[in-house]
Design a protein around this ligand. Structure first.
Ligand code: ADP
Ligand code: MG
Length: 695
């Protein structure tokens, strides 16, 4: 078959066959055009290969070498080691699993390219590197200065022999025999305006770039397409919301609200007042509200949401208030049920750890409208929960929920208003990109009387001093958190873990204090109990993993130690820091770093201690890490960006938004080229859209 078309089934392409086709189909690769969108992960080319002697710790690099020796090392946990050497030195490659597989694969003298993070353990090593066996031909290509693609691999693909080399054979064969031109939906004018490659050229070059510059140029073009599709969803969703008319409406805020505010033990900040005004105005509109409330940790978002809930409840509608953890849902309920009932608003709590009988009772009351505000966790989305007239959905720490979950709760009402909250402030450009369909309210002040948290980072050598500081603080009635990256000892990661630390410190440096421990593997009930004891000051120090990251509010906790702070992202460090300094006492955070610390780790820590401003932290984090991990983009319901880079492609984002604005503003009177693009985008995003518009 040397007459391939874009829609030819892959099964019949030379070298594929039914068995491989089946595996490919599992990854969504069915037709020829699908594999053209299976982009290389990186490239082997002479200019980016590093001599082993020049490798640096904690950096990702590609090396080429021959196998000097290999074998299994039996220890508490067996591992497979390969010594790979080039003219300048050697490095150990390590695998902790699939030992049989590796044993069969390697032979002394074979040549490999390995890509991975360089670490140090009795010499240089790479754990689980990306491997590419270099046969004569690829070796020759590299030395001839050719750039060869390395494809992402999965064990599934490997099992049927579709390693990077064979995928390369496949893509190369396809390009040699493809009879179709990949159709380009971008109008000619746009290609010229933004100096973009045509689609066919871009796709061919991303697989087989004639030079390094063309990789980037091709990536840009493909990134532009990706951003267009992505932003189309956001634009379309906004359009949909603007066309929807809700059935319920609210009177002006009444006496209950005033009374409730008067009962609060504090004055609302100007930032809080501002966003409350925005939210109330929004609620009174005829379209359902879709609003994101953002504000730094501790800025007081909860009370704002409660006021919105109270307003809605006062108008005879119900409110669902969903939080991502039981701890948090329970905390909200505990804090607000009395103030709410004092003004005659009923509330209840529902979580998964309730007994079936309790669940049933609460669900019934909710269905009959006896409960005005229902606090809860994911339990709220279960089918047995229904509302008589759900008017407002509030979602705390919204990035912790998947889009389906948010949608499920949303559809329990008839176009209810929606308020989602996040403590990870989002830089403006990013907010436009990801949340362009939401209106945004920002609390830009902290409650008065808060003292900035003293933050330092120290080397682990000073730990004893740090423990003494904690003990002294406890003696003065203060409480503390100590945060660890792991639950238990791991062979792969040489990191401190909370279980060992708890054992050691209880008898060692912190034996005078009452310690508690929480982590993800402790049962919810027990975890709850430990936290209660911590809140009630029956425990002095809470040793924890990052399960405490969101929302916990114990104003008496004023000290936090973070072990292996060099391992955490900036936003996460900031979130953790938000657990302390929630009262008017001075709080202190000590970030403990364990060498070797990479340059980027050092940069992160320096930045972390230099500011307590969540917005600045978010900007910096974005620059250092990219948005993927930072905002839980995966949960946003928007497709994952595979090729666009939010931080580097700002110009492309702007261009894509401009083009979409043009398309949406001139809908129904677009000329044929633009209409074609519009139709294509609409069709291409259809499936995703149904999900998104639910919330
Ligand atoms: P976050 O924005 O991180 O969700 P919370 O809503 O949990 O913050 O509020 C943090 C703490 O600040 C809570 O103990 C809350 O009662 C308190 N708080 C909220 N608003 C104010 C205010 N205007 N003045 C003083 N304390 C406030
Ligand atoms: Mg909160």
């Amino acid at each position: 078959m040397n007459n391939l078309k874009l829609n030819s089934p892959l099964q019949f392409v030379k070298g594929v066959g039914p068995k491989r086709a089946q595996v490919l189909a599992k990854s969504g690769l069915v037709e020829v055009k699908d594999i053209l969108y299976y982009f290389p992960r990186h490239y082997l080319d002479r200019t980016n290969i590093i001599p082993i002697a020049k490798l640096k710790w904690n950096e990702t690099a590609t090396i080429i070498g021959t196998i000097k020796s290999h074998g299994v090392l039996y220890g508490r946990r067996p591992r497979y080691e390969v010594i790979l050497g080039d003219d300048t030195g050697s490095i150990t490659l390590v695998w902790f699993h699939s030992i049989k597989y590796w044993e069969r694969l390697f032979k002394k003298g074979q040549k490999f390219a390995a890509t991975g993070m360089v670490s140090h353990y009795n010499g240089l090593q790479m754990i689980h590197p990306d491997l590419e066996r270099l046969e004569e031909d690829s070796d020759r290509m590299i030395h001839a200065g050719r750039i060869i693609p390395v494809y992402p691999q999965t064990s599934e693909l490997n099992k049927v022999g579709l390693n990077s080399k064979n995928i390369r054979k496949l893509t190369s064969f396809i390009f040699d025999n493809l009879n179709d031109e990949i159709p380009d939906n971008l109008p000619e004018q746009e290609l010229k305006k933004y100096k973009l490659f045509g689609l066919h050229q871009a796709i061919k070059n991303i697989h087989y770039p004639p030079n390094r510059d063309d990789i980037e140029k091709s990536r840009k073009r493909l990134a532009f397409d990706e951003l267009l599709n992505f932003q189309f969803l956001v634009f379309n969703n906004k359009k949909y919301k603007e066309q929807t008319i809700k059935k319920h409406s609210y009177k002006r805020p009444g006496a209950k609200l005033t009374e409730f505010k008067n009962n609060l033990s504090f004055e609302l900040t100007t930032g809080q007042k501002k966003v409350i005004k925005e939210i109330f105005e929004d609620l009174q509109k005829k379209h359902p509200m879709s609003r994101l409330l953002q504000g730094d940790v501790g800025s007081g978002k909860t009370v704002v949401a409660i006021l919105a809930g109270l307003y809605v409840a006062d108008n005879g509608m119900q409110v669902a208030f969903m939080a991502p953890t039981e701890i948090l849902a329970e905390q909200h309920y505990r804090n607000w049920k009395n103030p709410l009932s004092e003004v005659g608003i009923s509330s209840a709590l529902l979580t998964s750890s309730f007994k079936p009988k309790e669940k049933k009772k609460t669900a019934q009351q909710c269905q009959q409208g006896e409960i005005s505000i229902l606090f809860g966790t994911h339990a709220l989305i279960y089918d047995y929960v229904s509302f008589k007239n759900l008017g407002l959905v509030i979602i705390d720490e919204q990035h912790r929920f998947g889009v389906e979950q948010r949608g499920k709760l949303y559809t329990k009402g008839d176009h209810p208003d929606l308020l989602v909250m996040t403590a990870t402030p989002i830089p403006r450009t990013l907010a436009m990109t990801f949340y362009g369909d939401l209106d945004i309210s920002t609390i830009d002040t902290l409650p008065s009387g808060r003292k900035p948290i003293q933050t330092v980072w120290r080397n682990k050598d000073v730990r004893d001093k740090v423990y003494r500081f904690v003990v002294n603080n406890v003696k003065k009635g203060g409480q503390a958190y100590i945060v660890y990256p792991l639950i238990e000892k791991s062979d792969q990661l040489e990191l401190e873990n909370v279980e060992d630390a708890y054992r050691e410190l209880s008898e060692g440096a912190l034996r005078e204090c009452r310690l508690g421990m929480v982590h993800g593997r402790i049962k919810p009930k027990e975890r709850q109990e430990i936290l209660h004891r911590f809140f009630n000051k029956e425990l002095d120090i809470l040793l924890a993993t990052t399960v405490i990251e969101v929302g916990l509010d114990n104003p008496n906790a004023t000290v936090m130690i973070i072990e292996h702070a060099e391992r955490f992202g900036l936003s996460q460090l900031h979130q953790l820091r938000g657990r302390i300094g929630r009262g008017d006492k001075q709080a202190t955070l000590i970030a403990i770093a364990h060498p070797p610390i990479s340059d980027i780790g050092r940069q992160r820590l320096d930045y972390f201690v230099s500011t307590t401003d969540g917005f600045k932290i978010a900007e910096a984090d974005l620059k250092l890490r990219g948005p993927g991990e930072m905002f839980g983009v995966r949960q946003s319901g928007l497709p994952e960006l595979r090729i666009a880079k939010i931080t580097e492609d700002q110009d492309l984002i702007k261009a894509a938004r401009e083009l979409l604005q043009y398309l949406f503003q001139n809908e129904n009177r677009l000329d044929s080229g633009y209409q074609k693009l519009y139709n294509y985008l609409e069709k291409n995003t259809e499936q995703k859209q149904t999900l998104l518009s639910a919330g």
